[in-house]
Design a protein around this ligand. Sequence first.
Ligand code: PMP
Length: 405
Amino acid sequence: MSALDIVGDDLKTELPSGETVRFTHLDYAASAPCAQAAAQAVAELLPRYGSVHRGTGVRSQTSTVAYEVARDVVAEFVGARPGDQVIFTRNTTDALNLLARALPAGTTTIQFDGEHHANLLPWPNVLRLPTPASPAAAVADLRAALGRVDGPAVLTVTGASNVTGELWPVRELADVAHAHGVRVIVDAAQLAPHRGVSLAALGADYLAFSGHKLYAPFGAGVLAGRADWLDAAEPYLYGGGASAAVGARPGELTWADGPARHEGGTPNLLGAAAVAAVCAALLIADRDALHRHEQALLERLRAGLRTVPQAREVSIFGPDHPRVGIVSLHLPGHDPAQVAHRLGREHGVGVRAGQFCAHPLVRRLTGTDRVEACGRTGLLRASFGLGSTIEDIDRFVSALSTVLG
Ligand code: PMP
């Protein structure tokens, strides 16, 4: 097995007919399966782990070193600049909430309404812009919005949409934002599994992603970026690790500096090591080849879907815009939850149905304005990545045709 092979790729499922088939996993955007690199990192640490940063024995020392090495590897993965900080969090939601609390007081947060709720909801003083029809319009809309903002502001934007799979023009948006002295935060939850995420190349000041979407198990995520606001902020969690010195009287204390300030409590060593192992494997992988494979799967899927007239692919930026392996379908006249259920039970194909924690965008794409009506409409999403095959795509298309009748 190589480092980026998927563990459990041969998982079987039994159909109502009694036939046993290989499970077709097309829900990577929710949680990707585990890569061999992550499994191996966890297996190596299981017999020897101890408390991180908190002990003198060999277990503790090994664990402290492993944890800090993991941080260094992630720093390389995100192309951290000198002085940037890498903080281990639970996931992207946790990372963005942490950063939202570290913004200097009075900062306006500029965002588009197509964001995942994890990047829509945590922020203070929001200026929310409607998601435009094209990348060029997004840049123009940002420029216009910046002219209306008084005082300090940040832009927070997704790198790749978890609904449409479209890549956002982060670099262009960042150039405009920076020209106005505005920092840029990138929600890279769906970008990191599919593309390089260099802070410098993206023009991002901060970047957040989740291990469980990057072929590592659950429980670890990353926030990386400029240290000054993070160092000046109150710790995200009060407690051990975040505190350097605590006096006898309440309030008599000094908070820790550096990443420890925002990593209160005992760290998740296995999670951090698993994420870092995948990052290390991706750093030396032929990402162009992975990218070409993904584009071939996308083309196969979109060609296949043309033979299923009841399923309409949705997009904001138009069909030719570059995208990652995430495709959402509108199924007028069908309940997407029912369709997803039947795909799983009758065909052994796992996809996701609903609004994908991006309600404003899905409402727009389905033409459903009423909040309560969206639950019954929603979309059907197929998403894929490492380990996905042409056969997976063909099985999905064929099963979908059968289910839609
Ligand atoms: N942002 C995007 C674009 C996502 O797709 C997701 C997960 N669906 C998140 C943020 C939140 O990730 P997590 O649930 O791991 O915190």
